[in-house]
Design a protein around this ligand. Sequence first.
Ligand code: NI
Ligand code: MN
Length: 227
Amino acid sequence: MKVTFLGHASLSIETNGKHIIVDPFITANELAKDIDINTLEADYILITHAHQDHILDVEAIAKRTGAKVVSNYEIVNYFGEKGIDGHPLNHGGSWEFDFGKVTYTNAVHTSSFPDGSYGGQPGGFIIANDDATIYIAGDTALTMDMKLIPMRHDLDLAILPIGDNFTMGVEDAIIAADFLECTNILGYHYDTFGYIKIDHDAAVRKFIDAHRDLHLLKIGETLEIKK
Ligand code: NI
Ligand code: MN
């Protein structure tokens, strides 16, 4: 499973011959100016919640590629009204897609669309297949619900927000890694706006002190995940 960081909370995942885009917010992210959304391949677009910094480029990518949106019921309906195909999930539910099994997990956050309309409850995703099992937390606080995940899933990677202010920060992400029983962490949702700028070296050092690996990828850089 190849996980490419596209800046902010945006990811591109390649697994079992399919391309999955997660939370595309690229064209308004100055830090991601080298990523051209018109060259991204997508069979699916996973959306954790309805905030602008997670859905901005969904419509453009979905309409160009014909990708199917996978998210909560309200978000799938919202894009359905724009003629975009989707698969609705709700918290705790899983579905076997042609690339692997996806579970919509709990997150503690909010989820309105930029126009103020209701975006359902926010979530995250577990993607599990023969390649690897990964957890994408979405925007969330540290939550006790994370302790449920390793009861069913042996995570090879956890992708956690570390920017603080709108989500958990580094210290809570270290506790989340503990709850998730996962040593391999990819940090995201940092540096994009003034509120969430972080000291990279300090963050990596804190994870090392806690015997965890924090990956901070350059935008466009890929991490290969194996079981
Ligand atoms: Ni958000
Ligand atoms: Mn966000």
